[in-house]
Design a protein around this ligand. Structure first.
Ligand SMILES: [Ca+2]
Length: 304
């Protein structure tokens, strides 16, 4: 059991000041804890102070032939470029946007938990409004408009693409679950509680805690199979009873933390007894070419 917490990210930081005052500052960091050993990632610091990484467009193999039935059929999926939070949304950030902190394990640096899907998308809208961006979610129907330039939850496909970070293995670092403790807080090492975001190894695209810590709400309704499912920017079925959660949590076995492992819960009535205090989220933004100056920062070139 690994119980040693590591020090916060120690990275070479180079600040780049953009010429336009409404553009964000970006930090280029050499992340010594990346599973790639030495990895340079461009982090984009948003107006809200949340670091994001731009994920390049590309293709990946989604699902797993050796996983559960709902991880099949495996198929090649094409994803457009997007930006994603480096970390799970923290309690500090949630409190600042929503004026409340629903977490059971209170610590501003830890990911917010006991969050319903509905609260997560309301946070997305609030963060968009605070930054002068277009909210993606209709406030009444909560339908998501991905042509807006604001924040939203990742689609399940975007989440898995970002989690894999170019890998084809069970985990972003390989297939060996014995190595998971370097990258994740999960059942074997979490001591029955969540931990501050960003303490473990980042994946090859600079993202922390994609495996474990808190499971992360995705945009999609859950379906028991990927057949039939779109192969270009899939966004799940048009309706359903439950929303997808990904990545496993501090309560999960290693198997449930795999890149392709899936879970789901009703969006507003999470199961308090089973996993509610292990549900969190992170945000994404579409990288759009037709939305004008408000999206300028998302055009910042990234090299995840
Ligand atoms: Ca997570």
């Amino acid at each position: 059991m690994l119980t040693t917490s590591r020090m916060p990210l120690a990275c070479l930081t180079l600040c780049i000041a953009f010429t336009a005052c409404d553009k964000p500052k970006a930090r280029v960091g050499a992340d010594s804890r990346s599973s790639a050993g030495k990895k340079t990632t461009l982090y984009i610091s948003t107006k809200s102070g949340v670091d994001m990484v731009e994920i390049p467009a590309g293709e990946f193999v989604m699902g797993s032939d050796i996983g559960s039935d709902d991880e099949k059929p495996v198929r090649t999926v094409t994803i457009s470029a997007f930006m994603i939070d480096r970390n799970e949304v923290t309690q500090e950030s949630f409190q600042s946007m929503m004026g409340k902190n629903p977490a059971k394990s209170v610590n501003p640096a830890q990911p917010v938990e006991r969050v319903t899907w509905t609260w997560a998308v309301q946070y997305c809208n609030m963060r968009s409004l605070r930054e002068g961006l277009q909210p993606c979610y209709d406030p009444k129907t909560l339908l998501c408009d991905r042509t807006k330039n604001g924040y939203r939850l990742p689609t399940e496909a975007e989440w898995e693409y970002a989690c894999r970070a170019g890998s084809k293995s069970d985990f972003a670092f390989g297939d060996d679950p014995q190595k998971l403790a370097r990258s994740a807080w999960f059942k074997d090492n979490a001591e029955n509680r969540p931990h501050p975001a960003g303490q473990k190894d980042a994946n090859n695209w600079g993202l922390f805690d994609m495996h474990g810590n808190v499971a992360e709400w995705c945009e999609d309704y859950y379906a028991e199979s990927y057949d039939p499912a779109a192969t270009t920017d899939p966004a799940g079925p048009p309706s359903g009873e439950e929303r997808v959660l990904r990545g496993g949590s501090w309560k999960s076995t290693a198997d449930a933390c795999r890149s392709s492992a899936r879970f789901s819960q009703p969006p507003g009535l999470a199961d308090v007894c089973f996993g509610y205090d292990a549900y969190g989220f992170r945000c994404v933004r579409s990288v759009l070419s037709n939305v004008g100056p408000k999206n300028t920062d998302s055009q910042t070139p990234g090299k995840p």
